[in-house]
Design a protein around this ligand. Structure first.
Ligand code: DAH
Length: 344
C-alpha cells in the first residue's frame, strides 16, 4: 500500500494539466466516488490493527495532497490565469484599445511654451477671477476706458459701489501679479483662459485662451522684442515666414505694435483666410509703459522691458485651417480625433 501511495504522490506532484478537461479527469481519477482515494480507504479497512495508526496518517496526508492540488489548479483555470490553456488562441487579434488625443488648443499651447522655454522663459499662471487693479488699473487703463464697460467684461462683484471683481479679460493681469511679487529680471510666458462678454459666433466667443509674454531687465529694447518674436514665428510656422509690425495702441505698452505674419495658408499671395491681403495679425506687443512698472514698484529708470499677448485659438486656426471658433468647445469627437498626433 505504501508503495502504491508513493507512486500516486509523484504522479500528483508532477501533474500539469493543459486544460480544464484534463483537470476534471484528474478529479474523477483520484477524488471521484469510485476514485483511487475511495479505493485506498476501502483497503484501509483490511489493515491490521497494529498498522492502522501509521497508515491512517499516510492516507490522510495523501488525500489532502490530492485535494489541495485540485483546488489550486481549479482556481487557476477559473480565473483564466492559466498560461498553458490550450483553448486560448493567441493568434486572435486583441481587443481594440481606444486612446484619447490632445485638444488642438493644448497642442498649440504646448508648442508655444516649448519655443519660449528654449529662449529661457519660465511659465507662470494667475487667477481667472481678477480684481480691477490687476486686470485694468495697474495696466494703465484710464478710468473711463471702454474696455471696462459691461459690454466687454463679465463683472462679478462691486466694491464700494464700483465694479471690481471680474472674470479676467486678458492674461496681461498675470504680468502685474508677477512684477508685484518678485524682483526683476523677469522672463516669463503666461498661458490661460480669458473671458469677454461677446455673443458666440464663428469668429467670437465668450471665453478663449491667450499666452502673455513678459521680459523685463536692464537695457531691454524694441530690437529684443522684434528678434524674440521673429524667432518665435520661424519656429512655429517654419523658416521663411515673414513678419511685419504695425503701430498700435494698448494702455500698458508704449510704443505698441501689432504683429502680422505672411499668410500661412497661401504664403502671401492672397486667400480668404487673409482676406486677400497676404498678411494675418497674430499678436499685440510693445515696450512696457513706465507707469505699469511704477504701479508694480519697479524702478522704470533702471528697468525696461517688452510684453506681448496672443490668442491661442487664432494661432491654432492658422496652423490647422480651422474657421469656426465654436469647434474648440463643442467637444465633437469627429473634430477632436483629427488631432491624434501626440499621445501622452
Ligand atoms: N492684452 C491684449 C489683449 O487682450 C493683448 C496684448 C497686447 C498683450 C499687447 C500684451 C501687449 O502684453 O503688450 O488684446
Amino acid at each position: 500500500m505504501q508503495e502504491q501511495i508513493d507512486q500516486y504522490t509523484s504522479e500528483i506532484n508532477a501533474f500539469a494539466p493543459a486544460n480544464a478537461a484534463e483537470l476534471e479527469t484528474f478529479r474523477i481519477k483520484f477524488l471521484g466516488t469510485k476514485g483511487i482515494i475511495k479505493d485506498l480507504f476501502d483497503q484501509f479497512k483490511n489493515v491490521g490493527p497494529e498498522d492502522k495508526r501509521i497508515y491512517g496518517k499516510v492516507l490522510n496526508q495523501f488525500k489532502q495532497l490530492a485535494e489541495t492540488k485540485y483546488a489550486e489548479l481549479k482556481e487557476t483555470f477559473d480565473s483564466g490565469l492559466s498560461t498553458q490553456a490550450s483553448e486560448l488562441d493567441l493568434t486572435l487579434p486583441g481587443e481594440g484599445f481606444e486612446v484619447g488625443s490632445r485638444h488642438p488648443l493644448s497642442l498649440t499651447r504646448n508648442e508655444i511654451i516649448d519655443i519660449f522655454k528654449r529662449l529661457g522663459f519660465v511659465v507662470a499662471e494667475g487667477p481667472e477671477i481678477e480684481d480691477d487693479w490687476h486686470n485694468f488699473s495697474a495696466l494703465n487703463f484710464p478710468e473711463e476706458h471702454p474696455a471696462r464697460d459691461m459690454q466687454d467684461t463679465f463683472f462679478i462683484k462691486k466694491n464700494n459701489g464700483k465694479d471690481d471683481i471680474a472674470l479676467r479679460t486678458h492674461t496681461s493681469s498675470v504680468q502685474v501679479r508677477m512684477m508685484e511679487n518678485g524682483k526683476p529680471p523677469f522672463r516669463a510666458i503666461m498661458p490661460g483662459r480669458v473671458y469677454r462678454n461677446e455673443a458666440i459666433s464663428a469668429r467670437a466667443h465668450c471665453f478663449f485662451h491667450q499666452v502673455e509674454g513678459l521680459y523685463i531687465d536692464e537695457n531691454v529694447s524694441f530690437a529684443d522684442l522684434k528678434q524674440t518674436l521673429y524667432h518665435f514665428v520661424q519656429e512655429l510656422y517654419g523658416e521663411g515666414t515673414k513678419v511685419r509690425f504695425r503701430p498700435s495702441y494698448f494702455p500698458f505698452t508704449e510704443p505698441s505694435a501689432e504683429m502680422d505674419i505672411s499668410c500661412t495658408i497661401c504664403g502671401g499671395s492672397g486667400c480668404n483666410m487673409c482676406k486677400y491681403t497676404g498678411w494675418v495679425e497674430i499678436l499685440g506687443c510693445g515696450m512696457v509703459d513706465p507707469n505699469v512698472l511704477e504701479n508694480c514698484n519697479i524702478d522704470s529708470k533702471k528697468y525696461t522691458g517688452f510684453a506681448f499677448g496672443m490668442g491661442i485659438e487664432r494661432i491654432t486656426n492658422l496652423k490647422y485651417v480651422i474657421r469656426d471658433l465654436r469647434l474648440f468647445s463643442e467637444n465633437d469627437v469627429r473634430f477632436l480625433k483629427q488631432f491624434q498626433t501626440e499621445i501622452i
